[in-house]
Design a protein around this ligand. Structure first.
Ligand SMILES: [Zn+2]
Length: 693
């Protein structure tokens, strides 16, 4: 695009971001998505949606499903487009200007959502329909949509008096701003840090880690150095391999101090304020604590149900971690080390033990996990389970590293577009996620989804292949499971599409999908050496699969501590004036956190809880979903065929294709014939034989 031809700003009516997207496969005009245009498109789209909502509320005709619920489902289309495009960019290709827009619009979006969900005239129509829902002649899907709207409005405070509503609205806006600031602070701390090393400091690091460190240094303008950054793939690899205990400690401290460094990017005051505001909101809505409020609309239903599961797992995980820690301490002693195992030692000695016991190390494995082959493996699994094929297409995207595939079904028809954006860069937030540019629906025509997977794998040096760790490959399968949940969605109403399910159910498709990475016939075919093309030797494959439960005490403790602390901090009745640091220390002591293990996400950078509210009082969801995924994969295992067509059909009908058509417990029961038990999870993690002290 030649910007010289536009001497004055484009007027809003010509803002290309407001129109229907007409790019290939319905893609948005990425090239026109400048921060200025995005900012002004938000204003116009918000105004348009406000006008639509007002018209629905003021309709003189008596409420009907069509003039109220379907009208709401058809409204806000421009806003959906602008917001979905914007948040893809804000997550995966941000800049100072995009961050400024994000800070600007997040309170506007919160205010807008308040105006919708606290609109009393509109709620009166929904409540009227809900009261006589049995007499409206609705299809099961329509009844579900009506019920979900009613629940959402009630939970947002539509039935409260005006004073309470005004306070609620103020709380929501403030929470939105705080959440944005929280995430930006974490990113700022991550960007600010790089440990620049010389060749002599790299003892223990395998080639792939050296290459990645070299590339990271080049990106930071220090081409003759090696940089360790706070991207998980960089610092975790360093902690696993670096023989330099002093440097491991440095990196580890920087990693766990994100958001906890004092100064402008410190998140502790933000957390205290967010927790207090959430508790106040819950009380306004008639719940004792935020956790009670949050869990009420989840599959778990109560904090007690979630805590029961976590406690059961926690006792066994601690016992297992004790055994693992003792073995690592033994290893330290055997090497003549005269120190107590510290958190920055665990990964390093665990890697040594893995090598000693299974004769298996990451460096030996990594050449077999090429990014492109793992993408193919994920696609092949989708073909065998669901009949999908993926054809690469060259289309303009938002960044050169992003790639797109046309997804087709057995009949060769277009199912959706899949975009994979796999490499870490400094303009990308950390972590891995699935997001959508467009969701599936049939209300406004046969709308096909456009789904994005974002990861943070180390980018290889030019000319080198991209190699993954086994964990990276699992992340790839995980996010691809979310993507399939969106791609296979087969519903009429957008409200129920794809991943729009409760957050303790949404990880079922993604975590279930991880199981197929470990299916030997998939590994045999796709885990091939990047130089020779030879398949992974079967002895190595056997050893890899034998390590599945290795170090699971550690991993389970690292995770479950986070889930327990999340429920505690959001279960506080009077959180005003919370001292975040003291609270975290006290709670870890109470649950008897092993000294050698640190929470996977400490509160000051726990983005699941505070960067937006998605997983607040909901981090237990991963474990809850894992109970489901372990039990669900057993359904295949019981048949002796990991691709059993009959089981795959039910999986598609009731889980992957079914969005939020049913209550999650009903959906699961329809797939499995019963509710899940915890047994498969304990077995999967190797905790079934751990004896709690
Ligand atoms: Zn996930």
């Amino acid at each position: 695009m030649n910007r010289m031809n536009a001497p004055y700003p484009t007027p809003d009516s010509q803002n290309p971001l407001l129109a229907e997207w007409t790019g290939p496969y319905g893609l948005p005009p990425f090239a026109g998505a400048t921060p200025e245009r995005l900012r002004s498109a938000f204003d116009a789209a918000l105004a348009a949606h406000r006008a639509e909502i007002d018209a629905i509320a003021a309709d003189p005709a008596p409420p009907s499903f069509a003039n109220t619920i379907e009208a709401l489902e058809m409204s806000g289309r421009a806003l959906d487009r602008v917001a979905s495009l914007f948040f893809v960019l804000a997550g995966a290709d941000t800049s100072d200007a995009i961050e400024a827009v994000e800070r600007d619009v997040s309170p506007l979006l919160a205010r807008h959502s308040n105006a919708l969900y606290l609109n009393r005239t509109l709620f009166a129509r929904i409540a009227d329909l809900h009261a006589r829902r049995g007499a409206l002649g609705l299809s099961p899907e329509q009844a579900r949509v009506l019920d979900r709207y009613h629940t959402r409005f009630v939970r947002a405070g539509a039935a409260l008096d005006q004073t309470a509503q005004e306070r609620l609205a103020a709380i929501n806006e403030r929470l939105a701003s705080l959440g944005t600031q929280f995430g930006q602070n974490v990113l700022a701390d991550e960007k600010a840090y790089a440990l620049l090393l010389d060749e002599a400091d790299l003892a223990g690091l395998p080639d792939f880690a050296r290459h990645a460190a070299r590339a990271a240094a080049q990106e930071r303008g220090a081409p003759d150095k090696f940089a360790i950054t706070l991207a998980r793939s960089s610092c975790e690899t360093f902690l696993q391999f670096s023989a330099r205990r002093d440097l491991r400690e440095k990196v580890f401290q920087a990693w766990i101090s994100r958001g906890d460094n004092g100064g402008a990017t410190d998140n502790r005051a933000i957390i205290a304020e967010m927790v207090a505001l959430r508790a106040e909101r819950a009380r306004l809505l008639g719940f004792e604590t935020f956790a009670d409020y949050r869990l009420d609309d989840q599959m778990a239903k109560t904090p007690a149900a979630a805590r029961n599961l976590l406690d059961e797992v926690w006792r066994r995980a601690r016992a297992k971690a004790k055994v693992e820690g003792d073995a690592l301490q033994q290893l330290v002693a055997e090497e003549g080390g005269n120190f107590a195992l510290a958190p920055w030692d665990w990964r390093y000695y665990a890697e040594k033990r893995r090598k000693a016991e299974f004769d298996l190390d990451e460096a030996e494995l990594k050449p077999y996990f090429q990014l492109d082959k793992m993408i193919e493996a994920a696609f092949e699994t989708a073909r065998r389970l669901f009949g999908l094929t993926f054809v690469p297409v060259a289309v303009p995207l938002y960044h050169n590293d992003a790639r797109a595939w046309d997804v087709k079904n057995e009949a060769g028809n277009h199912v959706g577009l899949f975009i994979g954006d796999y490499f870490a860069r400094s303009s990308k937030h950390s972590g891995a996620w699935k997001t959508s540019l467009r969701d599936q629906e049939k209300l406004a025509g046969d709308i096909r989804p456009i789904v994005v997977n974002v990861c943070n794998f180390s980018k290889p040096a030019p000319g080198e292949p991209a190699l993954l760790s086994f964990d990276d490959a699992r992340t790839l399968f995980h996010e691809f499971g979310h993507a399939l949940h969106a791609l296979l969605s087969n519903v009429t109403y957008p409200l129920l599409a794809g991943t729009a399910v409760s957050s303790d159910f949404v990880e079922l498709p993604s975590q279930l999908y991880e199981h197929w990475l470990e299916v030997p016939e998939i590994l045999r075919k796709y885990a091939r050496h990047y130089r020779t093309g030879a398949p992974m030797p079967s002895a190595l494959l056997d050893r890899l699969l034998a390590t599945r439960t290795f170090n699971q005490g550690f991993a389970t403790v690292e995770y479950t501590a986070c889930a327990l602390i999340d429920l505690e901090v959001h279960g506080l009745r009077e959180p005003a004036g919370l001292d975040v640091g003291a609270f975290e220390r006290r709670e870890l002591e109470r649950i008897r956190m092993p000294a050698e293990i640190v929470m996977r996400h400490r509160l000051p950078h726990f983005q699941h809880l505070f960067s937006g509210g998605g997983y607040a009082a909901g981090y237990y969801s991963y474990m809850w979903s894992e109970v489901l995924d372990a039990d669900a994969f057993e359904a295949f295992a019981e048949t002796g065929d990991p691709f059993n067509p009959a089981v795959a059909r039910r999986l598609r009908d009731f889980i992957f294709g079914a969005g939020n058509l049913r209550d999650p417990a009903e959906a699961y029961t329809a797939f499995r014939g019963r509710l899940p038990t915890v047994d498969a999870l304990l077995k999967k993690r190797g905790l079934d034989d751990a004896v709690p002290a």
